[in-house]
Design a protein around this ligand. Structure first.
Ligand SMILES: [Zn+2]
Ligand SMILES: [Zn+2]
Length: 529
């Protein structure tokens, strides 16, 4: 906790010190504050108006021990007349034994409206990505929300997500810059509709980062990347902040729908809040044990948005999903380039399908997203292809919620998947109700996966496997019945690293399959009398 809070009047040269500290990466911020203060020179700027108080810096220091709270709030008082807050912070990085996490500390800001969970005081978050930021009425560093700098008790929030055995010593400098407030910031939110093709399949990436959290891409680069990838829509999901929502307006267009969202980044896993009201923020300060997720899931669902646990088996600290799936509308089973944790996610998702169908509950749809942050990560690899009534916010979210969707590694992959029996046909995410023993023909038309392997899977596991030719296009048909299969879904896999196809229904020390190229949500087969 904060064990030492003191305020000091800014001396001449204080701004110079902050600017110098700001120039370096965190690890390089070794300028001794005491030394720099002693060496301070005259103010570089012109003299302030006589009635304007001098800028001054509040310094918040302390040491956090192992076992510190997930979020530490450091209060400080903002008097009236402040034009801008400029915050910088740093913390020590002692050497730790091999295999032990070193210090790592996130930062964010709450204003005079308070720090209450889900309250109105949120003013921004930059995680561990930035060592300094500013907030004023007319502008803010990406991740933070421009707006009035009202007098009252504000809070820095620290998120010490890794603390070395020696503890974590931090120092936060909050400089109050006085003066007349700047103009009002006017957010430019994207429209909720683009020029669609009516009821059609639309391609979208629902998990993307920008400089508004820990990505290095400007929003304009993300929009350009989405267009280059052949996407029809994207969702903006920066970590723990809504600050990007207000910049997408001019980047959307008739050809690209952009939806506001957030990657709610907790200490027990990350979830995507998709289709938020523009400017809306979803709190992240809880773990599974706090039983707060249902409240924030309701916040998102009330506005028609979706709750989607992200990369549920990602091995990074605090990235595995520990909240269960009762509040989920879908699950992200494929996140970025295909890796082991995606195999686990698909297996875990598949295992829940039959349970949901047995209980008469709606089954959980799968989605896939790139989670691209920076080059060379590829926007749209993978993405989700959804059947929507039109290219609008509500239609796209409805399609995703219904599971009328499949996952593709790129727009080069195309497929169609149907089940036909007893004179009826159903597509992905739909249900085919047929007599229990009526023949059902399952058909996949696919292209764009050279030498790929098609797998058909049911609640019994893989029941059919077939190789695609070198040109990557083919049709695979297989017959089953509703009595044999509660559902059927398809995967298309690339060859393994050694060039061989995968081996279904086999055990062994090798990876059984090459990377995923496409994966469908299930078609449900229901036996009717
Ligand atoms: Zn994440
Ligand atoms: Zn992410």
């Amino acid at each position: 906790m904060a064990d030492d809070v003191h305020e000091e009047q800014a001396r001449p040269g204080r701004r110079g010190l902050l600017a110098a500290g700001a120039a370096g990466a965190l690890g390089a911020m070794v300028v001794g504050a005491g030394t720099a203060r002693a060496e301070g020179t005259a103010r570089a700027e012109g003299a302030a108006a006589p009635a304007t108080p001098q800028d001054r810096t509040i310094t918040l220091t302390g040491k956090l021990a192992t076992g510190a709270p997930d979020f530490v709030h450091l209060p400080f008082d903002v008097p009236s007349g402040v034009r801008e807050l400029a915050v910088s912070y740093r913390y020590d990085r002692p050497t730790v034994p091999p295999g032990t996490p070193g210090n790592s500390c996130d930062i964010g800001l709450f204003d005079e409206r308070g720090t209450e969970l889900g309250g109105r005081g949120f003013r921004g978050w930059s995680g561990g990505f930035r060592t300094e930021f500013t907030v004023s009425r007319e502008q803010a560093t990406p991740g933070y929300l421009p707006g009035p700098v009202r007098p009252g008790r504000w809070n820095i929030v620290l998120g010490p997500y890794q603390v070395a055995p020696q503890g974590l010593e931090y120092r936060v400098d909050v400089t109050l810059r006085f003066g007349a407030p700047g103009g009002e910031f006017t957010p430019a939110y994207p429209p909720e509709r683009a020029r669609g093709r009516g009821r059609a399949w639309y391609r979208g990436d629902c998990h993307l980062h920008t400089v508004h959290s820990d990505g290095r891409r400007e929003p304009a680069e993300v929009a350009a990347g989405a267009r280059a990838a052949g996407l029809d829509f994207i969702v903006s999901t920066d970590h723990n902040t809504s600050s990007a929502h207000g910049v997408w307006g001019p980047l959307a267009g008739p050809d690209l729908l952009i939806l506001p969202g957030e990657e709610v980044t907790t200490r027990n896993g990350h979830w995507l809040a998709l289709g938020l009201r523009p400017g809306e923020f979803v709190d992240w300060r809880y773990r599974s044990r706090d039983e707060a997720l249902p409240r924030f899931a309701r916040q998102v669902k009330r506005q028609g948005g979706l709750v989607v646990p992200a990369h549920p088996f990602c091995p990074y600290v605090a990235c595995q999903w520990k909240f269960g799936y009762e509040d989920a509308d879908a699950v992200e089973v494929w996140n970025g380039p295909w890796t082991y944790d995606d195999e686990s996610a698909v297996d875990g998702w598949d295992a829940q399908l039959a349970v949901a169908l047995r209980d008469g509950r709606s089954w959980l749809p799968a989605i896939g997203n790139s989670d691209a942050h920076s080059a060379p990560q590829v926007i749209g690899s993978p993405h989700t292809v959804v059947l929507a009534e039109d290219l609008s916010r509500d239609d796209v979210l409805d399609g995703l919620r219904a599971g009328r969707s499949w996952l593709a590694e790129s727009a080069a992959v195309r497929l169609e998947f149907t089940a036909t029996g007893h004179g009826r046909q159903a597509g992905i995410g739909e249900e085919l109700a047929v007599p229990a023993d009526a023949p059902v023909d399952v058909r996949l038309d696919v292209s764009g996966v050279p030498n790929g392997t098609v797998r058909f899977l049911t609640d019994e596991g893989q029941l059919h496997q077939e190789l695609l030719p070198a040109d990557g296009a083919g049709t695979v048909v297989w017959r089953t019945t509703a009595s044999l299969a509660a559902f059927v879904r398809a995967e298309v896999r690339h060859p393994r690293a050694d060039g061989t196809p995968g081996r279904g229904n086999a055990m062994g020390p090798d990876l059984p399959w090459g990377p995923m190229a496409a994966l469908t949500n299930p078609i449900v087969l229901r036996a009717r009398a």
